[in-house]
Design a protein around this ligand. Sequence first.
Ligand SMILES: *[C@@H]1O[C@H](CO)[C@@H](O)[C@H](O)[C@H]1NC(C)=O
Ligand SMILES: *[C@@H]1O[C@H](CO)[C@@H](O)[C@H](O)[C@H]1NC(C)=O
Length: 629
Amino acid sequence: MEGVLLLLVLAPALAHARDVTDEQYSQFPRLFHLDDYSSCLARPGGLYCLGSFHIAPLSEPSPVYNMLKEYSEDVHHFNRTELHRGYCVSSRCPALAGERNASRRFSRCAGLRARRHALRLTLHMLRYCRTHAQEYAAQHSSEPMDEPQKLFLLVVAALLAMNVIGTAYDLLTDGNDKKFAALSAWSMRSNWRRLTASYEDCDPRISALSPVQGVRVLLLVLIIAAHSGCVQVALYISNPRWIEQMSHHPLLMLFLNGTSVVQVFIMLSNFLLAYNLLLYSKVQRLSFRMLPYITIKRIVRSVIQLDIQYKRRQKISPVYLLVVGYAATWWASAGASPLWPAAVGAESAACRRKFWTHAFYLNNLIDPEDICLVQTWFLAVDMQLYILAAMLTVYLSSRRERALLVLASLVAASCLLNGLLAYAFDWKSLMFIAYPGPLSRMYRGLPSFSRLYEAPWGSLPPCLMGLFFAFLHFELQEAGVKVSSYKWLKLPYHVAPVAIVAWILSGHWLRAYSAPWFVAGYVALERPLLSCLSGIILLGMFNGLEGWQKQIFSWRGWQVMGRMSLAVLAVHWCVNMGIAAARHQPVHSSLLSVTMEWLATTCFSYLIGIPLTVMVEMPAQRFVTALIM
Ligand SMILES: *[C@@H]1O[C@H](CO)[C@@H](O)[C@H](O)[C@H]1NC(C)=O
Ligand SMILES: *[C@@H]1O[C@H](CO)[C@@H](O)[C@H](O)[C@H]1NC(C)=O
């Protein structure tokens, strides 16, 4: 039913943007093509190559080439003067078997085909060439394991062993209350209970925060949806024209400009950090000396308690490192398809190069152009801002009378800073560059992505805003203000969800304005405005305002899913890429195929998230806690 509705809504896009006739379009060479991979490499002497070519006319004038070039000038279109090919060189051009150099053989073979269109191809980027012998060796795993791969297996084996020992210990000492905490932390039984428990909180201030988990699950599922669309555009598609036509559609802005909702995550996590610390400051004065402890593991008992229930924000993230470790070692050899070495293999190599930057949460600052698991920038930014936010909170907690003013000025200053940076370096919000071309490269090589979107300063305003809301919420409670009794406050609370959608959608019209001052101004305002609107919703929910938002987000099921957030966030990209890159033919892109990929990724990620959470994240967190305390 919903699918039909969406199709109706999207239908106008199909009638739009017919800037070449179907007849003209049929003369275009195919943008993506893949020969059959397995049958090619099954033959002795088989050679399969994948790469991109530049087109040039064979003779002037060339009407086809001119048409391609003109067509490519529209930002909504893919660059049709580049062709992407996966050829079974050995069976396509048997005459070239004498050529030893695989890349030259591939290039000449593709050149023969293009002659029919009166075009000349030059190999611009060779992704890989694979021979029968290599494939055969890989399939029969006669390729020796390398050191990192062995290390990864060792870590997994150690984790499994700890789980077995911990569970056995827990079962054997059943009924005994005085357990050795560092060991019973690894019990799968008790971690499973923790995962599935629904806490009834006696502290009303804490149970008021319960909608948080629902919000986080919703955001995560939206992020997975955005990434599914992105992966679809980034790999081989049999109908690129559909994407090009779609890219004119106003509703697509929800997805292209919706990437900023990640900022709500940032705001939320800093809100919770500050609020937890403020609650704790009523018990004990906060001091800077506590910070290292809080950073390693929120050592303070009460804070940890909040942590377990509402902030699965593990600072030492074994799950995260485990997933990056997997991506850097075994991921590359987990599949065999024409796109696997090009998409997964290349990313896996990046993970190997950058593993240590991930371990220190510096992956978005060191070599930001080299991306391993797109979503990991968020964890790095979260950590970097976390340190800043914790220090600021401790400092302001003893100067509460001025805190709101200070934080409000800092928010304004950070917005200004981003605007100025954007103006000086010509950085843009993603919406201005979200066209099929850059999307298909996943924004690689664009400073707007690597230096602004992924950078800590880009997320500074939402972070500070989270602190501001935390202080505000705390002060309101301290003063005993009953927010729900103010009638006029209900209006912004109910309007905010609509305003968020409208603000994201407005990008469709706003991106037509490209004056530098406008783009910089948009950078300065976009994220803060979104965070502010969602902050209003959150504060309203925490302060007892009712409404559909609160009812939806307070559902108990979210609690369980919310506890798996980190594992799911870490793992979903591998799942999504795995599903998409395992295909042997270019995918026929459609709303249905994106939706299916999204649902499949979500299901598999949550399924994988269960063992990751129960057997790695929870025990590791409890283990560290047990050791420090
Ligand atoms: C398309 O690709 C060709 C070759 O890489 C490049 O020269 C041209 O500038 C590109 N066109 C557009 C509109 O980006
Ligand atoms: C194959 O040819 C290309 C250019 O035609 C050259 O760059 C490359 O080094 C050659 N490879 C080998 C193994 O000779």
